[in-house]
Design a protein. Structure first.
Length: 104
């Protein structure tokens, strides 16, 4: 299967579903349905949505803002793999997702 959506289109599609269903926000973790340490390529949802392929991370999507988080090992990787026009980027220890979401 070829992925034909750009990062902004992927985020817009997710936001459209959230708005349709009356959901205010969405948390996407890297883990798969089995919560295992290793994620199969077809279950790399965080990488598909954000472009980030590090082994630790999550994303929070709100109606007007979206942020991808990781720990200190991946700060530079976040900068190179994610689209800064679409995603804010954060260190999950310095600014935990729940604190960012509460302030958003």
């Amino acid at each position: 299967m070829t992925d034909t959506l750009s990062p902004p289109e992927k985020l817009a599609a997710l936001r459209a579903v959230l708005a349709r269903d009356g959901v205010q926000g969405f948390l996407l973790t890297r883990g798969d349905a089995h919560l295992g340490e290793y994620v199969a390529p077809d279950s790399e949802r965080l990488a598909w949505l954000t472009g980030f392929t590090g082994s630790a991370g999550c994303a929070v999507v709100l109606a007007e803002r979206a942020m991808v988080f990781s720990d200190g090992r991946y700060v530079l990787q976040l900068e190179t793999q994610t689209d800064g026009t679409v995603w804010e980027r954060g260190h999950m220890i310095e600014l935990p997702p729940e604190r960012w979401t509460a302030a958003a």
